[in-house]
Design a binder for this molecule. Structure first.
Ligand SMILES: *Cc1c(COP(=O)(O)O)cnc(C)c1O
Length: 374
């Protein structure tokens, strides 16, 4: 059996080790220290737009704190893109609030502006104005930034931008992670860059960043004794892991370029196979192509390819199963147009790591070509 080809694995540059060594040499092994501060500045300098970044232990923690900063509490309603990973929606439940799921549109696979407005109007008519909107740049493709934010503004609802999969993506040359009232990033092991596990919250206002750090460090008031007037969390990023992040930030643009090359390679390799479709970037959109995804004609073909590749020791995965189809969210209000269900049936994510070798990429395309010839 040939070696396993994974969907997306960590890709170290070699630069991380010196930051880690420095953390050990200086004994900054705690969830604070110079690498945490340095990693935050690296991200701020990368994102620009006067962003303020707080490094945290996960993207999920960042979404949780983001909802707290937006004052989401018990029985509030929060609109969330249905087609996403469950971590976008789970923190709504942590806060005792109710998720309201909104379907996707076909150009970017992200939140459909029409469905969003239908949902907002309907929730208002039922007596509750949604308190926040969680919009996601899925697989690195920016959501319809202008349309979504225009609607959010018209109804005065803040946007929490889930940019966990989209570090390095941009819309009209402005980086993803800077559009929301609050944005979040993830540095989980499978993301475009990683700190092993980690995340960040991005704010437009220094005070809000400071509040995020305060909440992430057990909400300790400035007093000699341990004084608490707010419930806190232990969500800060370790200085050792922030060192990995600093080394990764040095090569982020290379990682984006490599993932985009994977996408072009797949698209080009399958151009003679009419059954397979790739969705290009609309103009003004720049995707980091975190995962290369393609659409097959049906669930049967999607499963046929997936199991054929599995037999060749190649990992592929259906697109995220929409949240409105998840047993945990079955009672949540939902505004659907069929797009995310259709994408889930037909879509497949291909091995997409920036560290895939030419030989590995060729193994993937040969296996798929063999499936269609058989
Ligand atoms: C990975 C991911 C998260 C969660 O990030 P973690 O760092 O794994 O907690 C949230 N939203 C989306 C869309 C993700 O892909």
């Amino acid at each position: 059996m040939e070696s396993k080809i994974w969907l997306s694995t960590p890709h170290m540059s070699g630069k991380e080790q010196s930051y880690i060594n420095n953390a050990f040499e200086t004994n900054w092994i705690a969830p604070l220290g110079p690498h945490v501060n340095g990693f935050e500045s690296d991200i701020q300098n990368y994102l620009k737009e006067d962003s303020h970044v707080a490094a945290l232990c996960s993207g999920t923690a960042a979404i949780h704190l983001g909802l707290i900063l937006l004052n989401i509490g018990k029985d509030d309603e929060v609109i969330c893109q249905s087609k996403t990973f469950s971590a976008s929606a789970n923190p709504i439940i942590y806060q005792g609030a109710t998720p309201v799921f909104v379907d996707s549109e076909a150009d970017t696979w992200n939140m459909c502006p029409e469905q969003l407005e239908i949902a907002i109007k309907d929730r208002i008519s039922k007596g509750k104005t949604p308190k926040a909107i969680i919009a996601v740049h899925l697989y690195g493709m920016p959501y319809k930034v202008e349309a979504i934010h225009k609607i959010a503004k018209a109804y005065n609802i803040p946007v929490l931008e889930d940019s966990a999969e989209a570090l390095g993506s941009s819309y009209k040359s402005v980086k993803c992670g800077t559009f929301g009232d609050i944005a979040i990033l993830s540095f989980n092991g499978n993301k475009i860059i990683t700190t092993s596990g980690g995340g960040a919250i991005v704010t437009k206002d220094l005070k809000l960043k400071e509040k995020a750090v305060f909440l992430a460090t057990q909400a300790r008031e400035k007093a000699v004794e341990y004084l608490h007037t707010t419930i806190g969390y232990n969500y800060r990023l370790s200085n050792v892991l922030a060192g990995i992040g600093r080394g990764q930030m040095e090569v982020l643009d290379d990682r984006v370029a490599a993932r985009r090359r994977n996408y072009e390679f797949y698209k080009d390799s399958f151009k003679a196979i009419d059954e397979l479709r790739f969705i290009d970037e609309p103009s003004d959109y720049f995707s980091n192509r975190w995962l290369s995804c393609m659409l097959t004609p049906s669930e049967t073909v999607r499963e046929g390819i997936r199991t054929a590749l599995e037999a060749s020791n190649i990992e592929t995965r259906p697109l995220w199963k929409p949240m409105h189809q998840q047993p945990i969210f079955k009672d949540a209000p939902q505004y659907l147009n069929g797009v995310s269900d259709d994408l889930f049936e037909k879509g497949l994510c291909l091995p997409s790591g920036s560290n895939l070798t030419e030989n590995e990429l060729n193994r993937v395309t040969s296996a798929i070509k063999t499936y269609f010839r058989a």
